[in-house]
Design a protein around this ligand. Sequence first.
Ligand SMILES: C[S@@+](CC[C@H](N)C(=O)[O-])C[C@H]1O[C@@H](n2cnc3c(N)ncnc32)[C@H](O)[C@@H]1O
Length: 800
Amino acid sequence: MGGRGRSRRTQRKHFRDGRENVWKTKKSDSQEAEGSNNNNENDSNGNNTNKPTHWQPFAIENAAFDEYYKEQGVVRPEEWGSFIECLRKPLPAAFRINSSSQFCTDLRSQLEDEFMKALLAEGTDGNEAEGIKPLPWYPNNFAWMSSFSRMQLRKNKNLERFHEFLKQENEIGNITRQEAVSMVPPLFLDVHRDHFVLDMCAAPGSKTFQLLEMIHQESEVGALPNGMVIANDVDVQRCNLLIHQTKRMCTSNLAVTNHEAQHFPSCRWKKNNTTNGSDLAGMSMTELLFDRVLCDVPCSGDGTLRKAPDIWRKWSVGMANGVHCLQLQIAMRGLALLKTGGRMVYSTCSMNPVENEAVVSEILRKCGGSVELVDVSSELPQLVRRPGLKSWKVRDKGTWLGSHKDACKYGRSGIVPSMFPSGQPHVDTSSDDNNNNDNDNDDVLVTEVSSLPLERCMRIAPHDQNSGAFFIAVLHKISPLPVIQTKSSKHSRCDEKSKQSEDIKAMDVDVKNEESDEATNPSKKLKGTEPEKTETLNNPKSRAEKANDKRKLQIQGKWFGVDPVVFFKDDAILTNIKEFYGIHESFSFTHRLITRNIDTNHVKRIYYVSESVKNVVELNFLAGEQLKITSIGLKMFERQTSREGTSSPCVFRISSEGLPLLLPHMTKQITSSPAVDFKHLLQYKSIKFPDIVDDRFREKVAVLALGCCVVVLNTGNENEGEGASDRPKVDKSTIAIGCWKGRSSLSVMVTAVDCQELLERSRFSPVNKLVLLNLRRRNKGDSYLADQEQKQQNFSCKVS
Ligand SMILES: C[S@@+](CC[C@H](N)C(=O)[O-])C[C@H]1O[C@@H](n2cnc3c(N)ncnc32)[C@H](O)[C@@H]1O
């Protein structure tokens, strides 16, 4: 896990207070830890102001934390000891088998039959002898937890083989390492294959991966589901992590966007005035709405204390109070983008009621009956959870506040009414000339109790099932949201706290107006184009330079720093690709190929998108390119830039991600190889033609054109490539790799690491089968099912 894991860690960025990375702690940062915990002094922003003097390991206690949560009653008083003790223990590692992988059942068998027993026998440094076990509440035994922490997995020699297994399968995309409780929200979303799903705050993407699995489950061979996922995150770097993570899924049904979730565009488009008889005129979608929305909002994150112990010293109530309004705005935008009848899951990895029940309560109040909190007590019955709180207080600068009245009394303008159970703003009725409030019993703190069905929210406590803590609420949109009137109030409210609050005051209406304006007036500056303007102002340019800039901008597209999304329509290149690979007419190319470069002479990569993603791209064009798309579809063709590339009649090679989708539709540049030469290809990466062992294979390679080709493993069971047609039979169990035919040799286009991995592991027969499956997975994506075990076994024998 070493370097890769650490580098992911270093990219974690606290969304609000610039929390430095715990895994990359500088000396001064470590020093800061000293003494900060039992004396948690906060400044007005809720930041810890202690200045420690020398290094100390992470403290795993915080008096302010204890005081706060004891008072809030998040667990019963008699449970406090086990709650806090559990929070101080490292989090056991958990992982999930990719259920849309054709190999999911093989992996599950390996875990059940091999690792479960082996890890029990081997034991570890710790006392718990459970080894690994499936999470009882996750369907089909596809999610597992171990009794080992991530550190133990890295350091313990006995666990080396298991750790290697986890790393490899994770890299290939067969499993995902993910905190157990983080797997819960997508399960309550009830995603179907034809759903349009929005993941509003998606990075680093473990839940997006789960959503994609759900969309792709039970896919027929070569068929794509009708649904899609849009994964959005405001942080570009984290978007890149997400793209890296989801690339393992090899999906054409995903678009990644980079917006503030609270301002996510809905791409409304008025059908009659923009099409001008174009080929988009038939477009039926006029607005981007979703069947499912996942609202896994940024939060204070104290539910992850076991995984990120630096939170112990950083923790303060200000962290939660400071994100309440943002969370509410994101959730309201999510509901506005949800179709009537759709489901939204709101979740946080925080235990704080201000981020949880308070946000849900305000949603219900604002939506006035158009949204209901769903009772999901009968779903996932084996998941141990607790009902949401009905009563809580707010703490600010060391003072407990029972209601908004208290906030006004103490002049706490940052504390908004929606943070309290009733959500009611305090209206000061006392007149200036009658300032005698002495009769009020103001010194008694009255804690409000909510009348909303907040017991339907779910709290997951760490000591219930040895996990992290989490909060989940399931919402159902019954009817369109009401228009929420802008009220001028002297009381501070979330809407007024936001400088862009205009967008959310009338959730279903105002956004429409704003977006229509954008669509009809594309020159209107969007957020994200700011740097460009600043540059222009600071550096006055000549007319020629400006013209040049304008041209560049046109090429660049609407969003500054983001490549444009362009349908690839270069007929000459397309005809060349189709003819070279003999691609069937049945394979839909029209409006399914995308590039990120308007200049087709310099297109390097061509992406394939599903029908659903294509529709969204078209809608986005019609709506004035409101979506800032950072990644889209499946990389299918890549320009071969080497000297070899120029000698081929077709300069575009098939990428390994795109091969599974294209393979059933190829009639040319495809041949089959016996196991011996297939193994040599993997072993030596490149073999000279005279070194090909099998004469028939050498002959078949000789007739291929120079350039990219596909070699299919001949398992010997069928007439693969023999007989009337030289085209190998392609079915669910086919194993194929992309190759390059040069003037004197045939070379693989699978990375050296992949080849090495296969060859090393193929020496051990029990692992052999899985390794082969993995190779196929990597090259063939997830559209094939593993149903011919015998064939795999045959190949294993031949290769070993
Ligand atoms: C709790 S994490 C999401 C984890 C993610 N759902 C997963 O399962 O991997 C919250 C994410 O929200 C993002 N974020 C913060 N503020 C945001 C905003 N205003 N709009 C969209 N995303 C935001 C952060 O960059 C962070 O990646």
